[in-house]
Design a protein around this ligand. Structure first.
Ligand code: MN
Length: 207
């Protein structure tokens, strides 16, 4: 069964003014679709692998034949990462979006970083420094939240870590509105983080 692009759970313009509609449209319809098209092509003759969820697929890259492993890592990773990304965002005026974190993740952030401001500072500074294209992540390891980055479309799942949240710092995610100012994009992004969804992911990360 080939992977398919799920519709965005909100309008292209829903994340304005923090993420512009044109960026959302290109990012979802073109960039994400391309990752899906490419991973499907690579798996065309590997039905046993294509039957897995994309998260399961990239959680075990050793099960992928070497001749298609890099293509699967990049494009399966791209599909998984973006599928996560759309769902952990929402319109800034929606309930549970933006503002301070809520629920269990709020308590864990407080325990591990002191407060939300300190956490955001760590996340933004760490992710701003990711050289070239990649992602900033919040993962839960050994009972603690930790900020990490990955290059390209590498997923924490391939390291055995479930991403609680992640922000895309490929230039395609922010260049139209923020140009070279990645830190401004990182700072603005928290206004559209869907804490209800992040809490659901945190529950999974704890298992
Ligand atoms: Mn992207």
């Amino acid at each position: 069964m080939a992977y398919e692009l799920a519709p965005l759970p909100y309008d292209y313009a829903a994340l304005e003014p923090f993420i512009d509609a044109q960026t959302m449209q290109l990012h979802h319809d073109k960039h994400h679709q391309t990752y899906i098209t490419n991973v499907n092509a690579a798996l065309a003759n590997h039905q046993n692998l294509a039957a897995k969820s994309v998260d399961d697929l990239i959680s075990d890259l050793n099960a992928v034949p070497e001749d298609i492993r890099t293509v699967v890592r990049n494009n399966g990773g791209g599909h998984s990462n973006h599928s996560m990304f759309w769902t952990i965002m929402g319109p800034a005026n929606a309930s549970g979006v933006g503002g301070n974190p809520t629920g269990a993740i709020a308590d864990q952030i407080k325990a591990d970083f002191g407060d939300f401001e300190a956490f955001k500072k760590t996340f933004n500074e760490t992710t701003a420094k990711q050289f070239g294209s990649g992602w900033g992540w919040l993962v839960f390891q050994g009972g603690k939240l930790k900020v990490i980055t990955t290059a390209n479309q590498d997923s924490p799942l391939s390291q055995g870590l479930y991403p609680v949240l992640g922000n895309d710092v490929w230039e395609h995610a922010y260049y139209l509105k923020y140009q070279n100012k990645r830190p401004d994009y990182l700072a603005a992004w928290w206004n559209v983080v869907n804490w209800a969804e992040v809490n659901k992911r945190f529950e999974k990360a704890k298992k």
